[in-house]
Ligand binder design. Sequence first.
Ligand code: ATR
Length: 278
Amino acid sequence: MSEDAIPLAGVIGHPIAHSRSPALHGHWLRRYGIDGHYIPMDVNREHLETVLQTLPKMGFVGVNVTIPHKERALALADVVTDRAALIGASNTLIFRKDGKLLADNTDGYGFIENLKQGAPNWRGPDGPAIVLGAGGASRAVLSALIEAGVPEIFLANRTKARAEALKDEFGAKVKVIDWVQVSNVLPDAALLANTTSLGMTGAAEMRLPLDNLTSKTVVTDIVYTPLRTPLLDAAEMAGCTTVDGLGMLLHQAAPGFERWFGQRPDVDDALRAAVLAA
Ligand code: ATR
């Protein structure tokens, strides 16, 4: 690609029609007057490798990767950042000028930046965190919380074996508890984070006894459809600072945008409104 070519980026997934990333990056491109494009691409599993080899030749500088390609994208990369290796998946790929494919993961970063913006008084070392869920999103959240200095993480998941596997990987700070034990550790928790799909529109309801929740616990949900989940509503009733999940999506996009288009973008109310309207 020549130096003055218009930079192209995009998002690869299957399906992709409901991705909010094009609206998000499109907003930033317009806002900063950048001559570039961000394109959604529906790519199935068997075509992923070929597509990733072809895009740089077409002028693409990188892509976001979403379900179901995040793990495979990591495996196809030539260079992997530490945080992507720790999470075991990539959501941000950079087509380097030397021809190498660099895989990063900004999900954990997005989670923490969202917390910093929505609960500015929260600090990692403040106290234990409770994490609900042991899927892909949980991996990103656990790695980010450990990096933020959280002293102890109570991990609860419907399928306990998945939580035990994450504990083995992430170390002694992670303590696996049963779902019903969450209420015992709630009084001391500085943070409660839902990484499951419970509470999402169309998904099952979250059944978690929250009687022991006090206003000193910050509560966050990675679900953002609806924006105010039943968990966040209950936490607000208990006087907690609550942080919705949309901000994680917005913040995880920022490092890729900066890398591809050369502008550090703001995550602000105008961006939220643009993404919600999409
Ligand atoms: P993601 O990558 O979004 O984390 P995932 O890997 O499918 O997606 O993980 C979904 C998480 O939501 C898991 O923790 C899952 O619990 P299990 O490991 O027991 O499957 C949790 N989850 C989904 N539906 C659930 C339900 N009805 N009740 C309890 N937990 C549920």
